[in-house]
Design a protein around this ligand. Structure first.
Ligand SMILES: C[S@@+](CC[C@H](N)C(=O)[O-])C[C@H]1O[C@@H](n2cnc3c(N)ncnc32)[C@H](O)[C@@H]1O
Length: 219
């Protein structure tokens, strides 16, 4: 999607992707990564997700990236977190004790900013891209995170012809075909989530599954 698509969504507060609670899949599967509390975690395309609060509560330092400045300021304000802002060459960097968000385009983020990152969490980031942009995003994610980093990837899959994204359908086959050169991939779970998603039911989408992957950045 072009940046204007997301800026318009945030301006109109049409943010149906935002969850009002921590994602239960994060709570369930994060312990399987066996990370030290001090591990720094990268959250691409973070929106104002409460999942960042969960990660900080585990003791992690969170480093995130989000295009829209309203999303970022709402995150800190909604969670009563005092913050400071400074500028890097390409981004505005919002900072509170454990959570730093680079506001701007993920494609202009530098891997040097992420030298201490050892983990990542992708929920509604890979699936936010249409197929023609998705490979570039996956490449940029792999470029940014250091070798050996582990992460969770959460995807949705449904018959794409039955509904327009985002979220876009990402099949297990797509993940394996396009990400296995840079990541070891283990599918931890695939669940039928159609009945939990009224928008998909209303549009008569015939199936909807959600998958959780453990990814390890290969050397
Ligand atoms: C579907 S939302 C998911 C947000 C969050 N991960 C969540 O679970 O609530 C995708 C987010 O990516 C942001 N975004 C889109 N393009 C981006 C880019 N090029 N760089 C950084 N963030 C971007 C959008 O502004 C939007 O907040």
């Amino acid at each position: 999607m072009q940046p204007s698509f997301w800026h318009d969504k945030w301006d109109a507060q049409q943010i149906g992707f935002h969850l009002s609670a921590v994602n239960p899949l994060l709570i369930q599967y994060w312990p399987q990564l066996h990370l030290a509390a001090s591990a720094q975690v990268f959250v691409p395309l973070c929106g104002k997700s409460l999942d960042m609060c969960f990660l900080a509560e585990q003791g992690h330092d969170v480093l995130a990236c989000e295009l829209n400045d309203l999303a970022v300021s709402q995150f800190y304000q909604d969670n009563d977190l005092p913050y400071s802002v400074d500028k890097t060459a390409e981004h505005q960097r919002y900072h509170t004790e454990q959570i730093t968000i680079y506001q701007g385009d993920i494609f202009t983020l530098h891997s040097a900013e992420m030298a201490n990152t050892v983990a990542f969490y992708d929920r509604a980031a890979l699936i936010a891209w249409p197929e023609e942009m998705r490979v570039n995003y996956a490449k940029q994610l792999a470029h940014l995170i250091p070798i050996g980093s582990v992460g969770l990837l959460i995807t949705l899959d449904y018959p794409q012809a039955e509904l327009n994204g985002p979220p876009f359908a990402v099949s297990n086959g797509w993940v394996m075909a396009n990400m296995s050169d840079k990541f070891e991939i283990e599918c931890l779970a695939t669940n039928d989530v159609l009945s939990d998603n009224p928008r998909f039911v209303k549009k008569q989408v015939s199936s909807l599954t959600e998958s959780v992957y453990k990814l390890t950045r290969k050397g």
